[in-house]
Design a binder for this molecule. Structure first.
Ligand code: MTE
Ligand code: MO
Length: 334
């Protein structure tokens, strides 16, 4: 539900509880746990992967093309957590172009037209270019990376994304010395996206990173998940995944990548600057003005094994990314 107030503009809705868990899901979790025994969390993650690969009773919204990627070699790119069920990952989403309820994108995003698709790279680069989706897919070998994604509203998921480091594309276009930031502009087509034009946000949905953040090997340009092309509701045909930042930094359905010398205005920062900072690194010590960020709820764990998890600094990727922020006051630069 959306709440508008006079003081601070739009209020991001607080994550509401997802649909009550079914006995089926509880049984499946139990079977998965039994199947993996004491083999450890890594095995649990990969066993979960096998379960969906074999189609273990998971209802898929449609048959999507396979998108194979080798297991990632990038440090930190494979978490040891159990995978979120595909069904949860593809039916509990934030994609405001298709509505503000978590179930709206899965219901409405079938109207998104993902082909033909081009991504324009412009601004402070030696080689500005228009890439078709086909060009982008061929640009570098794809990897499967199991990343946590932590929404600012307090829920998290563990998803096997497929793609390659954003840095591969950035190297191709050769940023100028003056380039300091990278702006990610997403699709805003009122004909195919029913909520574009609503007053929730200033469209298009825009996000941005510092150039060194965009160059970090963990920053993923993603085309797929669970070994298949992205379903529309997850940001097809190409999106960003920045695993150490709150989910809203990971723009979906990218159409433009612009290199700038000034910090770009981002959609959520424009909507409520006191709630959504430019950095938005996952940080259990910095509360959102209206709720704590100290814990999170892992989607799919709302049943038999429900537990609130402690949120980790940089979403658990501190060893990999902490040095990017050396000397910065992360309470000021939230
Ligand atoms: N274009 C666009 N990208 C977006 C959003 C959006 O509303 N529009 N929501 C963001 C938010 S708040 C989150 S938490 C993640 C959610 O990704 P998921 O639905 O794949 O879990 O997408 C992000 N990317
Ligand atoms: Mo989010």
């Amino acid at each position: 539900m959306l709440i508008k107030t006079h003081d601070s503009g739009f209020h991001h809705p607080v994550g509401s509880e997802i649909t009550a868990p079914t006995a089926y899901r509880q049984r499946r979790q139990l079977l998965q746990l039994m199947a993996t025994g004491s083999a450890g969390a890594v095995m649990a993650a990969w066993a979960g992967r096998d379960a969906w690969a074999q189609g273990a009773g998971v209802a898929r919204p449609g048959k999507l093309a396979a998108l194979p990627g080798a297991k990632s070699a990038v440090a930190g790119a494979i978490t040891m957590d159990k995978l979120t069920d595909y069904k949860d990952a593809s039916t509990y989403n934030n994609f405001y172009e298709f509505g503000t309820d978590k179930g709206d994108p899965a219901k409405n995003a079938h109207t998104l037209k993902t082909s033909p698709w081009t991504v324009e790279v412009e601004g402070l680069v030696k080689k500005p270019a228009k890439y078709t989706l086909e060009d982008l897919l061929k640009l570098s070998a794809q990897e499967e990376r199991i990343y946590r994604l932590r929404c600012v509203e307090g829920w998290s998921m563990v998803i096997p994304w497929v793609g390659y480091s954003m840095s591969q594309l950035i190297k191709k276009v050769e940023p100028l010395g003056s380039a300091k930031y990278v702006e990610f502009v997403t699709q805003a087509d009122p004909k195919t996206m029913p909520f574009v034009g609503s007053s929730v946000l200033d469209w298009p949905y825009v996000e941005a990173l510092r150039l060194d953040e965009a160059m970090h090997p963990l920053t993923l340009l993603s085309f797929g998940m669970y070994g298949e092309v992205l379903p529309n509701q997850s940001g097809a045909p190409v999106r960003l995944v920045v695993p150490w930042k709150y989910g809203f930094k990971s723009g979906k359905s990218l159409v433009k990548i612009r290199f700038t010398d000034k910090q770009p205005d981002t959609a959520w920062n424009k909507a409520a600057a006191n709630e959504y900072g430019f950095y938005s690194n996952v940080n259990p010590d910095v509360d959102h003005p209206r709720w704590s960020q100290a814990t999170e709820r892992r989607i799919g764990e709302d049943g038999l094994f429900a537990k609130k998890r402690k949120t980790l600094m940089f979403n658990g990727y501190e060893a990999q990314v902490g040095q990017l922020y050396a000397g910065m006051d992360l309470k000021k630069n939230f």
